[in-house]
Design a protein around this ligand. Structure first.
Ligand SMILES: *[C@@H]1O[C@H](CO)[C@@H](O)[C@H](O)[C@H]1NC(C)=O
Length: 189
């Protein structure tokens, strides 16, 4: 029974990990006047570039850039992002549609979205702008894993604790029930 319980815990933790990977939300930090890599990757393995469109948008749904069938399209780019976006065409075929945003200002802080069609993937990048007198080289990319603050860690532990309690309850209930049954059947002897 203990072993079974352990399996349930391991399983629950695994589910937790998977669900974390599916909700892709990344936080990156940039400095005023500096540049930052906004990461976006497709998990699709048989990605066909000639069918794939990627749309980068900011929190106000303004156009940062479109990658139409593997080609950068700046036709409907918001003037705010003119000459500030660098794309990496060599990376497209690997499903990497990250872009680099430069000349950062405080106004750039906030949410960025990357939509990939037709696979309907969406990634959210939170950009934090820091101002410093001597900006060190900005951390260009921080992965999902590294960015779990203490809060999300605590949240994870709460989830595991809840799962434990809810799996333990029926296990104890069942063993109590079996115990009672045995007592009843053994009593007449
Ligand atoms: C995507 O491409 C950029 C630019 O070359 C690179 O810095 C980044 O590490 C790549 N990301 C992945 C997940 O390969």
């Amino acid at each position: 029974m203990i072993i079974g319980f352990c399996f349930i815990i391991v399983f629950a933790v695994l589910i937790n990990k998977v669900s974390l990977q599916l909700t892709v939300e990344v936080t990156v930090e940039g400095f005023i006047g500096g540049s930052v890599l906004l990461p976006c990757s497709s998990t699709q393995h048989d990605l066909k570039l000639q069918d794939t469109d990627v749309f980068w948008r900011n929190k106000d749904k303004e156009n940062i850039c479109d990658l139409i069938k593997g080609t950068e399209s700046l036709e409907s780019q918001d003037p705010r992002y003119k000459n500030r976006v660098q794309t990496f065409p060599d990376e497209y075929k690997r499903g990497n549609f990250s872009i680099k945003l430069s000349d950062l200002t405080h106004a750039d802080a906030g949410e960025f979205n990357c939509f990939i069609t037709p696979s309907d993937e969406q990634e959210t990048v939170q950009l934090i702008i820091k101002s410093g007198p001597t900006p060190p080289p900005p951390p260009t990319e921080s992965t999902d894993q590294e960015n779990h603050g203490p809060e999300t860690q605590i949240l994870d532990w709460w989830k595991i604790l809840l799962i434990c309690v809810f799996t333990l309850l029926p296990v104890f209930g069942l063993s109590y029930f079996i115990f009672q049954q045995r007592k009843r059947t053994q009593a007449p002897i």
